[in-house]
Design a protein around this ligand. Structure first.
Ligand code: HEM
Length: 406
């Protein structure tokens, strides 16, 4: 038992200093104890690898979508969250996840590898190697195009898709402003309308894409069928919410993992050999986590790091803090291209463990490999411009330059 399990913290998760480099403050918190009450967000925060992993795995701590406010003007935003796997717990979660899980298994992802290579080559062929933004011109379009193709969304919509996603995810930050809420609701409504239209088209004329699969699941619904059959169907809201989840989750984090990891690597002055690409990508995931905070709500009484949580009480897992825990990672503040084992929690843990992890890993290995083979002397051309948010940590632009190999 710790002497003061009920300590509190005044950590300001919105302050520019903390957002610029959260790791010293997170290390201090971790040293003071695994859990602290955080008045700013009305949640307990957890800082170390063991407690963060336990929070993510404990079935008494759930992700249950509670409408932020059941207000009518928020409905477009709430609609996209209420009906998808990430915001539900079993048995709903199991049903929603099972329908798309097979599309993201390793075998299926392997078949996409040649296409990812082709896209990486096309994108890099278009940049000016003497100076380009590796986020806007490479790291961002690649996963957007891959997930759009997979779902069957026309790739001309890629820029809008990216803009909608960015507006929606700003709602996940601590204390979003009214302007952020308004933009998120507008984006959610526009995004849902486009996906709903697409789902209706695929229902009429199925193709070989994920939206058709989701729709097929929804139309397999036998009128008055038995319980088993009914569990496989998706309502139109579920199809739309699932497709939007996949489109957003399918690129948002990948962009920032690539950007954060590349900047860390270039600053550390290290570069992976070809046979170190896989371990280097794991280190990119760990070292400067693109997703810093995930929240859970107690659905039953539960003890976390010696503190009793009542149902309804919220607790947040700080993934970036856990990923720098010296109890698990030797030399935790150093970026090492060959770190192995690397037990980071960048993809979460437990039932919500990232569905897209095999796809994300493959995309980053391929795009990083192609970039470093083409421009082996790649370097930062200017100070990278951060997004300035804590929960989704990343760079808006990263200017780089390099000399193409002859
Ligand atoms: C490197 C990039 C990525 C990172 C760091 C990442 C991280 C995560 C994390 C931490 C979670 C768990 C959230 C929680 O426990 O509350 C998650 C869930 C999820 N991710 Fe990813 N993700 C990435 C890429 C992708 C991609 C490419 C897809 C493509 C489909 C994807 C789809 C999902 C889905 C659907 C869930 C929800 C799973 C569930 O609730 O069962 N992610 N991701």
């Amino acid at each position: 038992m710790r002497s003061d399990p009920m300590r509190s913290t005044a950590l300001d998760l919105t302050s520019p200093e903390l957002v610029a480099d959260p790791y010293p403050a997170l290390a201090e918190e971790r040293a003071r104890g695994p859990l602290a009450w955080h008045e700013q967000s009305g949640t307990f925060l957890t800082f170390d690898h063991a407690t963060v992993s336990a929070v993510l795995r404990d079935r008494r701590l759930g992700r249950i979508w509670k409408d932020r406010e059941p207000a009518a003007y928020l409905e477009p935003f709430n609609l996209l969250h209420r009906h998808q796997m990430m915001e539900n717990e079993p048995p709903e979660h199991t049903r929603l996840r099972r329908l798309v899980a097979s599309a993201f298994n390793r075998g299926h992802v392997e078949r996409l590898r040649p296409r990812v290579r082709e896209l990486a080559a096309q994108l890099l062929a278009e940049v000016d190697p003497a100076g380009f933004d590796v986020i806007g011109e490479y790291a961002e379009p690649l996963p957007v195009l891959v997930i759009a193709e997979l779902l069957g969304v026309p790739t001309e919509l890629a820029p809008e898709l990216r803009a909608w996603s960015q507006a929606i995810v700003r709602m996940y930050e601590v204390s979003p402003s009214d302007a952020v809420v308004e933009a998120a609701v507008g984006a959610a409504a526009d995004f849902a309308a486009v996906v709903r239209e697409l789902a209706r088209e695929r229902a009429a004329e199925p193709r070989d894409d994920l939206v058709s699969d989701l729709v097929r699941a929804s139309t397999l619904r036998p009128a008055g069928g038995d319980g088993t059959e009914r569990t496989e169907r998706l309502s139109e809201e579920e199809v739309v919410a699932s497709a939007v989840l996949l489109l957003n989750a399918g690129h948002e984090a990948s962009v920032n993992v690539f950007g954060n990891g590349l900047v860390a690597m270039l600053r550390a002055g290290v570069s992976p050999r070809e046979d170190q690409l896989a371990t280097c990508v794991e280190e990119m995931l760990r070292y400067d986590s693109a997703l810093q905070l995930f929240e859970r709500t107690a659905t039953r009484p539960v003890q976390v790091a010696g503190v009793e949580l009542e149902p309804g009480q919220k607790v947040a897992a700080l993934l970036g803090a856990a990923n720098r825990d010296p109890a698990v990672f030797e030399d935790a503040d150093r970026f090492r291209v060959d770190r192995d084992p690397n037990l980071h929690v960048a993809f979460g843990a437990g039932v919500h463990f990232c569905l897209g992890a095999p796809l994300a890993r493959m995309e980053i290995v391929e795009s990083l490999g192609h970039l470093l083979r083409t421009l082996p002397d790649l370097s930062l051309a200017a100070e990278p411009e951060p997004r300035g948010t804590f929960v989704l940590r990343g760079y808006r632009t990263v200017a780089v330059s390099g000399t193409p190999v002859a």
